[in-house]
Design a binder for this molecule. Sequence first.
Ligand code: UDP
Length: 553
Amino acid sequence: QSQELSQAHIDYHVALQALQEHGTRMVCTGKMHTDRICRFDYLCYCSEAEEFVFFHSNSSVMLPNLGSRRFQPALLDLSSVEDHNTQYFNFLELPAAALKFMPKPVFVPDVTLILNRFNPDNLMHVFHDDLLPIFYTMKQYSDLDDEARLVFMEGWSEGPHFDLYRILSSKQPLLKEQLRNFGKLMCFTKSYVGLSKMTTWYQYGFVQPQGPKANILVSGNEIRQFARALMEKMNITRVEEAEKDGGSAEDEKEKEKKDDYIVVFSRSTTRLILNEAELIMALAQEFHMRVVTVSLEEQSFPSIIQVISGASMLVSMHGAQLITSLFLPRGAVVVELFPFAVNPEQYTPYKTLASLPGMDLHYISWRNTKEENTITHPDRPWEQGGIAHLEKEERERILASKEVPRHLCCRNPEWLFRIYQDTLVDIPSFLELLKEGMKTKPSLKKSKPASTVHPGRVREPQCQTSVQTTNEAKLTVSWQIPWNLKYLKVREVKYEVWIQEQGENTYMPYILPQQNYTFSENIKPFTTYLVWVRCIFNKNLLGPFADVLMCRT
Ligand code: UDP
């Protein structure tokens, strides 16, 4: 991967002239700074001032043209974390004429994606905040292809997982600190600034306690396609898939069973499982499977993914390493362990991931409820959960507490104290919980054909009415099947009909298996009814309502 910017591809004088004559052009998507991504021609960066520069000329474009609202609070979020005030993007403005008095610009010929990584030291953040959003932002703009250049502006060094960022493009990503090597003024011929937040599922608790995002827009399908693309780049073939060829179905089943294994993802420095060996033996005995351990300290990342991508179960302490569950095969089980006084329901990035529709993972959490089985570390530095720096009263309150109360990110000492405890896992209660949790595991074979295709609208909805007596009437509603149904095999097709008397604010809902029905209960003569009809596949795939029918008895 070359780090040089090949200046050969562009004619320097043509580029300089274009910049001087046309200035910078910006066109963005998004109504708010939190959902905005901007595309630029000739966005420049001044490494001395550490500022991006927009050059105004007669043919500059700046859409949206927000005036000084551009600073309230920013033009856009440079990371995928919503509205974080350390991650804002803006630029300075200059007239293009000022170029005459400035250092000669160096042009970047590549199509560039400019962004902030949020926390490149932490594997969960690497995947959730950076890799997935970068991957799908690149899918959104077709010129951000394999040749695109990533530029990371958060100012950190490469970090321990830089190889993962390298996978996303054939060109070496650039760090902020490297930009000054290219000169005092750099101009990006074509660039995109900002990241799609479409794939993120978790908010870290900056304004309200952490939890799943309010409006999750990603499904297991997109996560798994991302995982597959990454595995291809790492030259990993899933064991399961590689074994598909040859052998009868029976052989296959036998073999699969024999090769089933459990992965224990261990942490070697903090938040330890103190009786890991005992836990491993218990798992092997209980499930009659091989148990393998992996840890970020011992194996390369690709070799860990290789192992996880074929596993039936992944067992681990709460922690960033659990993000690797996105590489588990469908139908696998994720078992997350929580230290004493930490409520699993309040820390759910991995539960939320496993539960995304179509992710097809079975999630089980276990928490240490026995205080005698926890090892605390009050004397460590505060960021590893030490509490020695606190007032005596506060220390005693924390030590007496049996559960960390809800809190905001990121420096709550009670939270850090509890989450960095080591745990002796009580094996009998752990196995009991696991057995219990496995009972509700859906069989993948049964749930597999569940399609995600939604019904279209029902067609030609009609109503006919008749008056029987002065207080009896009938209302017949009929319709045709949705157009896409004739091309589908659907286990169960039902129709929902809503009937509302005009002027009333409630309606009566009915679920019907057939394409017509005559209503007589609660139907009054000489009354207007509003009728809505929609189709439902397999109980929960709702179609749209057809245009409302006005039916007068
Ligand atoms: N980590 C690790 N082994 C350890 C402790 C941490 O591999 O014993 C990794 C962890 O997976 C994460 C990073 O180091 O990528 C930071 O860990 P930290 O405990 O700060 O964050 P958390 O895991 O709670 O998100």
